[in-house]
Design a protein around this ligand. Sequence first.
Ligand SMILES: NC(=O)c1ccc[n+]([C@@H]2O[C@H](COP(=O)([O-])OP(=O)(O)OC[C@H]3O[C@@H](n4cnc5c(N)ncnc54)[C@H](OP(=O)(O)O)[C@@H]3O)[C@@H](O)[C@H]2O)c1
Length: 351
Amino acid sequence: MGDLVIYGSYGYTGSLIAEAAVERGLDPILAGRERRTLESQAARLGCDAAVASLEEPKILDMVLDDATAVLNCAGPFERTWEPMVEACLRNGTHYLDITGELTVFEAIHGHSDRAEDAGVMLLPGVGFDVVPTDCLAAHLAQRVPDADRLELAIRAENGVSRGTLKTVIAQLDGGGAVRRDGVLESVPPAHETRTVDFGWGHQETHVAAIPWGDVATAYYTTGIPNVTTYMAMPTAAVRVQRAAGLVAPLLGLPGVRPGLQWLVERTVDGPDAEARTTGESYVWGEASGDGERAVARLRGPQTYALTAETALATARRVLDGYAPTGFQTPAGAYGPDLILDVEGVEREDVV
Ligand SMILES: NC(=O)c1ccc[n+]([C@@H]2O[C@H](COP(=O)([O-])OP(=O)(O)OC[C@H]3O[C@@H](n4cnc5c(N)ncnc54)[C@H](OP(=O)(O)O)[C@@H]3O)[C@@H](O)[C@H]2O)c1
């Protein structure tokens, strides 16, 4: 088994993943740009540390030289994916990350041929976004082989981290997105709403369309050409989303976006251990086409707890030597049952 480098290991989610990796007996190399924080984390967990900025390709090359895979946890990923993917292509290192950013999935997909030539796997999205939804999409596609429409919805409990909020702010003026006839299409924020039965006591839940990563990835996994993704939110939140579309130009004014990022930096800590233990996450999906229809759903641990589990489940497969080259999606590489490997995840077919 070769080395796993966890980059951004001392962030909120990177720390959860690094701690879980050590608990499971993996011996990751912890990496990031801030020496003091990194070295104290590495000493606490008994791991090797590698200080490297993404702006120093030669140092990155030294870190990745002997590594089998890197798991990039440094987000927003629109700022970090490219130097790390380039370093992976130079060094023959498999690339994993926990992005949920639609534009990042699409950009990485654009390097698939180069990755195949380099014998490298590029697998973005190994967290809550998009492992459970991608696995449910693949499961539904197997049940309706001629599906031409896929709808996916998520319901997440118990809070968000600082990095997630900063990523949301970075993307706020992107509007919504769906896939229609195989092509990504921009739509206004929360342009569609409906109700979804998530099961397990969460019937008739109000959901609104959001540009979740599956708008990119589900198409590559299943080939289903029309994909809409939704998130559970109260109707008041839908009104806020739609209003955000109207004020989006304000985000371009000097200081507005950095001001919001600054506020988040100082006021948000992320869900604590109790919230991660007590919270749950739910995914619902429906595939239809040619007179056939299938509905299925999943229940699992809280989103950040689940992210640590799915990231490690995929990393372990890569370290065990299974890493199909080129751009991959979680279920495309490891099948729809990958998510069932995570303790506490249940799947049920409804229709
Ligand atoms: N897919 C999913 O389901 C999922 C789940 C959880 C989180 N996420 C995403 O993961 C990202 C991290 O979230 P978090 O909660 O862990 O955030 P966080 O606590 O703010 O941590 C971010 C980490 O990234 C590093 N970083 C950021 N920009 C960097 C750069 N340009 N160069 C080098 N390092 C950089 C930070 O290092 P410094 O402190 O040195 O800046 C820090 O270690 C976010 O984008 C979030 O949306 C996705």
